[in-house]
Design a binder for this molecule. Structure first.
Ligand code: MRU
Length: 359
């Protein structure tokens, strides 16, 4: 089966061009692209989730940083670097949890610093080519995650169809094109294997219903949408072989921040003896944070809960708690599927080894 997910983000035109994204706030009703030409528009796009998912917002931030300074008339390197750093701080304020955002900004800032001897136009050109290179890199990383994950599923599959449950959207729409949690699904389907996905709806912003269900349907992968509170039932009925989710940030001990509700799914998986996999690139692993308690969790507007898609579904003035992410303690995680292979517990040791071999 041939699969070719849509490109979530790309650069169109030359140095004066734009970052083109799929506006994910409009899906699944409208499939529309949006060209982003300035840093404020990129900040807004990240903030309101027009572009979302940890790897995709990293790439978006890299383009945002270029857009912030492409018209800079800074007289010298130090004035230019100050503008870059100020814009990086601004972009970093858009969303706090996904570490890829900070990873991508730091990478571009380092590139700028490493090339301080070049004339400013030369540095600008490097910033753009580095951001574009992140797309190809992300595609390669996601394909590797897909292959590693598909092999893992093949090893476990004991029946004709492999049934995966996922939460939120860690598919192509959350990366440049191929996804993390859904990459193994795409690779397994390409290999001709029978695979079916249960997509948790994912309250309050319905990334599962609006995005995962949409992209799997587009790809021709069998998908069944369930509300979040149905996960226990489908697991109890023996309908799930494995759970695969993505990650916004993995701490050094293997604790994982991901979309709110992920933790509950992990507890259920443990109860029913179902493997719980987290698919994530190395750029989502934050070795500077010892444990998940240190991961900043984004709090979002009450209206997402009380009137998410237009209609008021709670009394006016009600108090609301709306954390966008939760942290799944590492003891619930069977393995991390990365581009460098499948990482198993004890994660504090195996992650340390992984990063040592990368250094
Ligand atoms: O708030 P969102 O939609 O950006 O949350 C996305 C998730 O939680 C994803 O699972 C995570 O970023 C991994 S994307 C490969």
């Amino acid at each position: 089966m041939d699969i070719s997910p849509a490109k979530t983000i790309e650069w169109v035109g030359g140095s004066g061009g734009a970052a083109r994204i799929i506006d994910q706030t409009l899906l699944p009703n409208d499939y529309k692209h949006l060209d982003i030409n300035d840093v404020a528009a990129m900040w807004e796009a990240i903030k309101v989730l027009r572009v979302r998912g940890a790897p995709a917002i990293g790439i978006a931030a890299a383009f945002g940083l270029y857009l912030a300074v492409r018209d800079s008339e800074a007289a010298d390197y130090s004035a230019f670097a100050a503008q870059v750093n100020e814009a990086a701080e601004y972009l970093a304020s858009s969303r706090p949890t996904a570490v890829n955002l900070f990873w991508a900004l730091r990478r571009i800032q380092k590139l700028v610093a490493d090339n301080s001897s070049l004339p400013v136009p030369g540095i600008k050109a490097l910033m753009l080519s580095e951001a574009i290179a992140m797309i190809d890199e992300d595609n390669a990383v996601c394909r590797a995650i897909g292959k590693n994950g598909a092999a893992l599923l093949a090893a476990r599959a004991n029946q004709a169809t492999c049934n995966i449950l996922t939460h939120c959207n860690a598919g192509g729409l959350a990366t440049a094109q191929w996804g993390t949690a859904l990459a193994p699904v795409y690779v397994a389907a390409e290999q001709g294997r029978s695979i079916h996905v249960f997509a948790d709806e994912t309250r309050p912003l319905l990334q599962g219903a609006r995005l995962t269900a949409w992209e799997l349907q587009q790809a021709g992968i069998p998908v069944t949408l369930i509300t979040d509170n149905m996960a226990a039932t489908v697991m109890a009925q023996g309908k799930v072989d494995a759970v695969i989710v993505g990650a916004d940030r993995v701490a050094a001990n293997g604790d994982v921040a991901n979309k709110i509700g992920t933790f509950g799914v992990a507890i259920l998986a443990k109860e029913f003896g179902i493997p719980f996999y987290v698919a994530a690139p190395l750029s989502s692993i934050d070795m500077n944070l010892a444990s998940g308690e240190l991961i900043p969790i984004e709090q979002r507007k009450a209206e997402e809960v009380t009137q998410g898609f237009g209609r008021l579904t709670a009394p006016t003035g009600i108090q609301v708690y709306n954390p966008a992410f939760d942290v799944t303690p590492h003891r619930y995680i069977t393995a991390l599927i990365t581009e460098k292979g499948v990482i198993r517990p004890p994660f504090d040791q195996t992650l340390m080894q992984l990063f040592q071999t990368q250094a």
